[in-house]
Design a protein around this ligand. Structure first.
Ligand code: SF4
Ligand code: SF4
Length: 539
């Protein structure tokens, strides 16, 4: 069985020298952040599971009814015409992302991203339940294909497939509702082949991602991971290693050092402990910057493995030295789901899961040392300086977020519970009768409320013209629509040429009023008068 390899800044931990994939077997960890994340995941998964079942105003709390072009959000219904509001939703999410990341780093990735939530709290739980802990899983992976191994692998992948299909089915329920989904599930696939194909592809994608691709999605594909290097700065909250306290790291003889005297011990460097380059306190600041692969971190205050090595050379072969709090146990590396060593500085692969904090806290507690050698802090804080929580970038993002929220609130307040359109009758701009000029329209009333509404349709600014149609309120069913003719008749005696008038729609209760300007068309007045004159001269 191959031992776990030490992460390096020169290559991605999950890629071997020959380019093949190296699978990770992150060890289990327990602690305050692990427990808190488990609760957060439970709440998020419960929300995902329950939203399609909870009804508000007769519809699921979140129901994206694409077929009917109606979108229900917690009792609020939007029609297809309201989709422009998505602009505010998307830009709002973007600004929130900027703001939260600048302030709290990758808190989204570690605590709320569906990839992390499902992988850490569902799929890895199943894996551990069937195959055992990290040591057992690594051993099983390296073991020959026996009946036991085949049985465990089949059980695990069947469970993965079932969970993937369940997540995908529930996702579809957000678009078709639970009853419709249930009907589809009991019918033959050919009766709804589109939905069936979607389910097959989506379930397969989830299975592929959570069973095999895993951390590669965060490392290779996720654009947010790529963006973090520009979104955070030295004052953003990240998970980091307190190198000033931890270095020079080294194994200590428990029998020769008590909790108090732990710093005066013989340094024993582990063979191959590439993360364990010792640095005496005060002789070099270890890496705390965001490291670029194969490139030294040249930012002020950020050290590098090379500077560490220089520091090591300065120490020479001195056997006795003052050790930091890091005992080079590698526990923080063993639990990392992306296979990095947080002691090498903040890296793009870090998803902020806080597993290394709990792992190190556990070690520190056993050694009777203060927790927090690996902790939530800013890069500035980890370097021993004061964190500036309020800074220009935060103010700018905050202002943009506030302005966006205000505009979005206004935009959402303009959403009306109904829409209507007025269309002129095709091929008939106007009709001239012996007594009048007539314009004919179709009025389409759309009720976006989840309750039936009685609409009253009138005309305004059409002096002297008579309205025909919509003599009584028209009842439109919930989320329904109604198309009715509307005629406007202008007596010839009153006609003085085309004019503009308003079609007014309000509900019978008078809670809203909508207006649309329409043009009344007719012949040229002079021609009409000549025609009248001609007719009057005829015997
Ligand atoms: S270094 Fe690894 S274990 Fe620590 S927070 Fe980042 S991803 Fe999680
Ligand atoms: S868990 Fe803590 S003590 Fe152990 S190697 Fe990591 S930082 Fe050092």
């Amino acid at each position: 069985m191959l031992p776990p390899t030490q992460p390096s800044l020169d290559s991605v931990s999950t890629i071997r020298d020959d380019g093949s994939r190296r699978y990770l077997f992150p060890a289990d960890v327990s602690g305050r952040f692990t427990r808190a994340r488990a609760w957060a995941a439970l709440v998020l998964i419960a929300i995902y599971l329950l939203l399609p079942w909870i009804k508000i105003g007769g519809y699921p709390a979140v129901f994206l009814d694409v077929a009917e072009r109606r979108f229900h959000f917690f009792g609020w219904t939007l029609a297809a015409q309201d989709l422009w509001l998505m602009f505010f939703l998307i830009t709002g999410l973007g600004f929130s992302l900027f703001f939260v990341t600048a302030l709290l780093g990758r808190v989204w990735c570690g605590w709320a991203c569906p990839q992390t939530v499902f992988l850490d709290h569902v799929y890895r739980k199943i894996e551990r339940w069937i195959e055992g802990d990290a040591v057992a899983r690594r051993a099983l992976d390296a073991a020959p294909w026996t009946t036991t191994k085949i049985g465990q692998r089949v059980a695990k992948h069947v469970a993965y497939l079932v969970v993937s299909a369940a997540i995908a089915h529930l996702f579809l329920a957000y678009f078709v509702s639970i009853p419709a989904l249930w009907r589809m599930m009991r019918a033959a696939p050919v009766e709804h082949w589109g939905a069936f194909a979607f389910m097959a592809v989506f379930s397969g994608g989830l299975y592929f991602n959570f069973a095999w691709f895993r951390e590669q999605l965060c490392i290779v594909i996720c654009p947010y991971g790529r963006l973090q290097s520009v979104l955070i700065d030295d004052d953003s909250l990240v998970i980091g290693y307190d190198a000033q306290r931890g270095e020079p790291r080294g194994k200590m003889h428990r029998e020769t050092c008590g909790a108090e005297g732990a710093n005066q011990v013989l340094s024993e460097r582990l063979p191959g402990d590439m993360g364990g380059t010792p640095m005496p306190r005060g002789t070099g600041v270890p890496p705390v910057g965001l490291n670029a692969r194969s490139k030294p971190d040249l930012r002020p205050g950020a050290g590098s493995p090379n500077s560490a090595a220089t520091g090591m050379a300065a120490i020479g072969s001195a056997a006795l030295q003052r050790l930091g709090d890091c005992i080079a146990c590698n526990r923080c590396v063993q639990v990392c789901p992306t296979g990095i060593d947080i002691r090498q500085g903040l890296q793009i692969e870090c998803i902020g899961c806080a597993a290394c904090i709990d792992a190190c806290d556990e070690v520190m507690t056993r050694l009777h040392r203060p927790r927090g050698l690996v902790r939530y802090d800013s890069l500035r804080g980890l370097a021993g300086r004061a964190t500036r929580w309020f800074r220009p970038r935060i103010a700018l993002y905050g202002v943009l977020l506030a302005v966006g929220a205000a505009v979005a609130t206004w935009a959402f307040s303009t959403v009306k519970p109904a829409y209507f359109s007025v269309t002129r009758m095709t091929g008939m701009p106007y009709v001239v009768t012996p007594d009048a000029i007539r314009n004919q329209f179709f009025v389409r009333l759309v009720n976006t409320r989840a309750t039936a509404t009685a609409f009253v349709v009138t005309t305004a600014n059409a002096t002297g013209a008579r309205q025909m149609g919509f003599d009584a309120p028209v009842s439109v069913p919930p989320l329904g629509e109604e198309v009715r003719p509307l005629m406007l008749v202008q007596p010839r005696a009153n006609y003085s040429g085309p004019f503009r008038f308003n079609v007014v729609v309000r509900d019978a209760a008078g809670t809203f009023e909508l207006r649309r300007e329409v043009e009344f068309l007719g012949p040229d007045v002079r021609l009409l008068q000549e025609d009248d004159h001609e007719k009057s001269r005829r015997p």
